[in-house]
Ligand binder design. Structure first.
Ligand code: ATP
Length: 644
């Protein structure tokens, strides 16, 4: 027998090869039994009250077993899985016991991993890179790089993913994606694994291989629970425990082989050579009459621990083995056993490198963006070709300043609106499965976006500045670049703030729509003084970051400049002196650095708002009061995706 790894993170660890020889590099976790009693889940439904999805269900999912939650579509399988996993907790009532102790959702989330139906994999990285990143994040310094590589290779080999370890995740087949989703969560060897319909979209062979793998993981001492749609007879035989749900109630809980005798005891006879899984789902869907009440009562809505075919029905009722009375086999899991193995700094570093690697892999997209911004700088700059030193075109050049503001608003904002909703889904999966904390992630995200914005900004500024014939003064160029960069960063942050809460369709509508008032407020009342402007609009003007951006651009380009030349063709150039432009647009008393400060403050506030929105989205229990209510109200009543 191998000596336990001295670098293993906790005292409970022993080599897993005792039970699962293929996972010799992984550490073993204490077994976990999950019991639940009278679990009810309700969702609010507008004015009409609420909808009950789970109705007082009970059950026991033991470690070492592969449990299938079966049932017709809409029965409540995913909801049960979500509630047990702690993914949806807000509207649930009842009791969940972990090793006979009341569930502490925060602690339980440290023990369990949830593999969602949708294979949310980080794009732009290979299978091996994803696995190593997961290992660095999850295992931290508890293992050396060589040990992590060994662990990762073992898992990939077990899941038959070695041959595609250098393939980009986006190019994997459906089955490979599913196996990689599972492999990623196996890196830190969780004792409890929830899977929402792991076989959906897989062919028969891949489904069977996937369930065999889950069965093997369960036989290694883990608690593996998955919801599943109409499994074939072959798949069904691989589950050690079956939990049938219909209309939010439990219809059967027990061994798969007991399904047929159980139904027969209720006078429901499964035809010979018929798949028992199909039959029980058909019965619970009401295809042969309404037996649901009878089934629910005979299993006492899951309170009868195991249906026992040897016992007569009457005796089963009198001898109910109530879960709560079942003695605990294991000690409660210590509070500090499953803290993060990697430090916040390591998490930031690994995430930053991953994001930079993804940017690098998407270099074609970056090049395309550079070409587009080059094109735009030539077009917009070309419209004001050589006008910057022409005293008769000074007012025209104010238009150039405004166009620069618009360019640096839309160019960074639109990609953020499009890509971030998907990123939030990935974040939710990784965060829920405790890959990292939100702060290191957010810092890595913020910093990884800076270089690209910088390069795009430099391309635009240098071309547009040069072809409009602006004076080549480095301080002026620097001031112009800083303000353009800040407008770009603020616009991107606004895009991130919007798309951290809304889906893609809503985001791409709300973002540009919200920008229109910002644009109007940026130029509203320019040059006419503010005394006649209604107070509400004046407040709006102070909140429009584009106003500060426009002021900053005009000041950087026209403040402290000598008199411009007046072409011979012109009789009179009324704005020949650049300061007169500032007076005309009411910016003579503005201060460039105050504009920079205002933009920095708005940028910080937007960053903070995005962080808080993400935090709220990732913590189902935290509610931001009025903000949360408004969000739910908008989603429920005004979602633009309705009907899509
Ligand atoms: N937030 C919600 N608001 C309203 N109804 C909901 C909500 N969430 C779930 N439901 C409803 O609850 C029922 C159970 O949903 P659930 O997703 O758990 O079913 P399921 O058994 O997993 O179905 P399927 O096999 O089709 O995925 C469905 O009728 C669904 O429409």
């Amino acid at each position: 027998m191998n000596t336990p790894d001295p670098t293993a993170p906790d005292q409970h660890t022993v080599p897993i090869h005792a039970t699962c020889p293929k996972l010799s590099g992984l550490i073993r976790r204490p077994p976990i039994d999950i019991e639940f009693q009278d679990l009810t889940y309700t969702v609010p439904q507008g004015r009409s009250g609420s909808k009950i999805i789970l109705r007082s269900v009970s059950g026991l999912f033991k470690s070492g077993e592969l449990t299938a939650i079966l049932g017709p579509s809409g029965a409540g399988k995913s909801t049960l899985l979500n509630v047990l996993a702690g993914y949806k907790v807000g509207n649930a009532s009842g009791q969940i016991l972990i090793n006979s102790q009341p569930q502490d959702v925060k602690q339980f989330r440290k023990l369990s991993r949830y593999i969602m139906q949708e294979d949310l994999l980080q794009p732009g990285i290979t299978v091996l890179e994803s696995m190593m990143i997961a290992a660095h994040l999850k295992l931290g310094n508890s293992q050396t790089k060589a040990q992590k590589l060994e662990t990762v290779t073992e898992i990939l080999s077990m899941l038959r993913l070695l041959k595609c370890k250098r393939t980009l995740t986006s190019r994997l087949s459906g089955g490979e994606k599913k196996r990689l989703s599972i492999a990623l969560e196996l890196v830190d060897n969780p004792p409890v694994i929830f899977l929402d319909e792991p076989t959906t979209g897989l062919d028969d062979l891949s489904s069977s291989q996937c369930v065999s793998l889950l069965s093997m993981l369960a036989s290694g001492g883990r608690t593996v629970i998955c919801s599943i749609h109409t499994p074939s007879a072959r798949l069904f035989a691989q589950f050690s425990h079956v939990y049938l749900v219909a209309e939010g109630q439990c219809m059967f809980a027990g061994l798969g082989q007991d399904v047929v005798p159980y139904l027969a005891s209720l006078n429901i006879h499964c035809p010979r050579h018929y798949n028992p899984a199909d039959f029980m789902i058909e019965v619970s869907s009401g295809e042969y009459g309404n037996f649901n009440e009878k089934m629910m009562l005979s299993i006492d809505n899951g309170r009868i621990y195991r249906w026992n075919k040897q016992l007569p029905l009457a005796q089963q009722h009198s001898d109910k083995e109530h879960l709560i009375k079942r003695p605990s086999q294991y000690d409660a899991v210590g509070k500090n056993v499953y803290e993060f193995d990697s430090s916040a700094w390591t998490q930031f570093y690994v995430l930053f490198l991953r994001m930079m690697l993804q940017n690098y892999r998407e270099i074609k997209v970056v090049i395309l963006k550079c070409v587009l911004i080059l094109f735009m700088s030539i077009v917009t700059g070309g419209m004001f070709l050589n006008m910057a030193q022409d005293g008769s075109k000074t007012l025209f050049m104010f238009g150039f300043c405004f166009i620069c503001t618009i360019v640096f608003m839309y160019i960074p904002m639109l990609p953020a609106l499009l890509y971030f909703p998907q990123e939030v889904k990935l974040l939710k999966r990784e965060y829920f499965n405790r890959w990292y904390r939100l702060r290191p992630y957010y810092l890595a995200l913020t910093l990884s976006r800076l270089p690209q914005q910088f390069v795009l900004g430099v391309i635009y500024v240098s071309i547009a500045y040069y072809i409009t014939d602006m004076p080549i003064e480095w301080i002026r160029i620097g001031k112009f670049s800083i303000i353009c960069y800040l407008i770009g960063l603020t616009s991107e942050s606004l895009g991130l703030a919007i798309s951290s809460q809304l889906n893609v369709v809503n985001s791409v509508f709300v973002g540009p729509a919200l920008s229109v008032p910002f644009m109007l407020l940026a130029i509203y009342g320019l040059g006419t003084g503010s005394s006649h402007i209604p107070p509400l609009i004046r407040i709006g003007m102070y909140g429009s970051y584009l106003r500060y951006g426009l002021e900053g651009i005009v000041l950087s380009l026209y403040e402290d400049r000598p008199k411009l030349r007046c072409p011979d063709s012109e009789v009179f150039c009324d704005l020949r002196h650049p300061n007169l432009l500032l007076v005309r647009v009411g910016m003579e008393n503005c201060n460039y650095w105050l504009d920079v400060l205002a933009l920095l403050v708005i940028l910080t506030l937007l960053k903070l708002a995005t962080f808080l929105i993400l935090k709220r989205r990732l913590s189902p229990r935290t509610s931001c009061g009025a903000l949360g209510y408004v969000g739910r109200f908008v989603k429920a009543h005004f979602s633009l995706t309705k009907g899509y």
